[in-house]
Design a protein around this ligand. Structure first.
Ligand SMILES: Cc1cc2nc3c(=O)[nH]c(=O)nc-3n(C[C@H](O)[C@H](O)[C@H](O)COP(=O)(O)OP(=O)(O)OC[C@H]3O[C@@H](n4cnc5c(N)ncnc54)[C@H](O)[C@@H]3O)c2cc1C
Length: 288
């Protein structure tokens, strides 16, 4: 690996560095848990790494409760996120983080890195898609734009980010209004730990006091070119009482989720296996 590193300390410095390198080949480095393995395989000549690890800006690093939700700075690590009281109330988020790699990796890996690496297997990204999170993007002119995370990914390892932009934070809209939730993250791999998902399902259903679904977010990972929000399955489950769902309803829900999946066969699993696993995962959430 051969690259030069620039380490901005403030956001003003960071934006100047991004501006000055518009004609160069540069990448950001946050926790480096994706970047270093990638560069080990594919050496990029003349690469500049803009190191974000020393950036002192709360907007990038902090997790804070806002009036209408929770904002997670892109540079917050998985460990930071796990210890945040408000996030501990969101099972899909906590279960996704706990399923990511190991304690050591989680102490380095950032939430922003998981999103920006844009892997279809990104566990925390999958949870954030189910939660209808919004990405806050900053550009070199200090202007911000907000985009739903559902629209952030454009394909395998590609995003809507332009060369003069950086992800600053991700916002999870208010989830506390529900009486109770059916929320979780299921990941199938070849091993129980340190495993990239073969298929994953993130779900967050908000229920009223009678068990009727008032809001639904369901996302799938590792079974398409990017993480998919399963809109029609969410619409189908809205207004239903999950306590008395019929077998036909559960199967219809699973079928609707499957419409968003286009799994491939590779060395780790066949497309058939991925499909079967996902279908079963969909039905299993109603067993809780
Ligand atoms: C052994 C091992 C096991 C793993 N297991 C899992 C797993 O189970 N599940 C899973 O989802 N992931 C897993 N990963 C992948 C990785 O740990 C996560 O994706 C992690 O969240 C990446 O964060 P990072 O801070 O290390 O990103 P980096 O490696 O620093 O960056 C990743 C990419 O995002 C870009 N980037 C980073 N921050 C920003 C930003 N703010 N704005 C714009 N671009 C940015 C970088 O330029 C780079 O292209 C594993 C990695 C390893 C090494």
């Amino acid at each position: 690996m051969d690259f030069n590193t620039i380490t901005p300390q403030s956001t003003a410095d960071l934006l100047n560095v991004i501006q000055a390198n518009q004609e160069n080949n540069f990448r950001f480095g946050a926790g480096y848990t994706d970047l270093i393995p990638e560069l080990q395989i594919q050496n990029e000549k003349g690469l500049i790494v803009i190191n974000l690890a020393q950036l002192k800006d709360h907007d990038f690093t902090e997790i804070k409760a806002e009036k209408s939700g929770i904002r997670i700075g892109a540079l917050a690590t998985m460990t930071d996120t796990l210890s945040e009281e408000n996030l501990r109330k969101i099972p899909v988020m906590i279960e996704a983080i706990e399923s990511l790699a190991s304690v050591q990796i989680r102490s380095m890996a950032t939430v922003g890195g998981n999103i920006c690496t844009a892997s279809p297997a990104g566990d925390v990204s999958c949870a954030l898609v189910a939660l209808n999170a919004e990405c806050e993007i900053l550009n070199v002119e200090h202007k911000t734009r907000t985009i739903s995370i559902k629209d952030f990914f454009t394909g395998v390892k590609t995003t809507v980010l332009k060369k003069d932009e950086i992800l600053r934070s991700v916002f999870i809209p208010n989830l506390e209004c529900a009486n109770r939730t059916l929320s979780g993250f299921i990941k199938i791999g070849n091993r129980n730990s340190m495993e990239i998902a073969l298929a994953s399902l993130a779900y967050h259903l908000m229920l009223d006091e009678n068990g009727i679904v008032t809001n639904a977010g369901v996302a799938i990972g590792s079974v398409a070119k990017s993480i998919m929000f399963t809109e029609t399955a969410c619409e189908f489950i809205m207004g239903k009482n999950i306590g008395i769902l019929s077998e036909a309803d559960k199967e219809r829900f699973a079928d609707l989720v499957m419409e968003y999946a286009s799994p491939i066969s590779d060395i780790r699993a066949s497309a058939w296996y991925r499909s079967q696993a996902l279908w079963n995962m969909c039905k299993s959430i109603f067993l809780e």
